[in-house]
Design a protein around this ligand. Structure first.
Ligand code: ATP
Ligand code: MG
Length: 157
């Protein structure tokens, strides 16, 4: 049984995950923060890449920001921020990255958001990726009704 307010999506392979990421990307709006959770290799960057390409253009190079911590892209109506905080060493660094200013203004995608500690935004949308055999299950929570409606519409053929 899914917990209250959690929507589950079965992503059986990379292609299903890519399509879901693109759908999610098309539904994100300025001010949305998406926290991507799950173990190493869960597919957080894969989903983020598909979402960013849906917003910034299909040919956009989206490297994993493992070492740079943050990459930014020009979206149709705001900047898109992609952060991977796995290697974050201190909260001072979070401040230097400019993420706090971006959250609530731009579209912000964050891998390893637990590294933010208490600075995790309460309003954020959470996507937890769980390994299911060869594929993944995506558990979406904290999504506003507007986003859920958009996701359902985007799913139609
Ligand atoms: N739904 C899926 N089914 C099968 N394989 C997938 C799925 N989603 C992603 N993968 C594959 O899993 C691998 C790891 O993906 P990815 O790099 O996105 O993980 P990550 O969660 O960002 O890891 P890290 O914590 O190291 O940043 C990639 O080879 C990717 O293609
Ligand atoms: Mg990653």
């Amino acid at each position: 049984m899914p917990a209250a307010g959690v929507a589950e999506f079965q992503l059986d392979d990379e292609e299903a995950a890519r399509r879901f990421g693109a759908r999610l990307g098309r539904c994100l709006r300025p001010g949305d923060t998406l926290l991507l959770e799950g173990p190493v290799g869960a597919g957080k960057s894969h989903i983020a890449r598909a979402a960013i390409r849906a917003l910034a253009g299909a040919a956009t190079e989206v490297p994993s920001p493992t070492f740079t911590l943050v990459q930014t892209y020009d979206g149709p109506s705001c900047e898109i921020w992609h952060a991977d905080l796995y290697r974050l060493s201190s909260s001072v660094e979070v401040a230097e990255l400019g993420l706090a200013e971006a959250m609530g203004r731009d579209i912000v995608l964050i891998e390893w958001p637990d590294r933010l500690g208490l600075e995790q935004p309460a309003e954020a949308i959470r996507l937890r990726l769980v390994l299911r055999g060869e594929g993944r299950e995506a558990q979406l929570s904290g999504a506003p009704a507007r986003l859920m409606t958009c996701l359902m519409q985007e799913a139609r053929p």
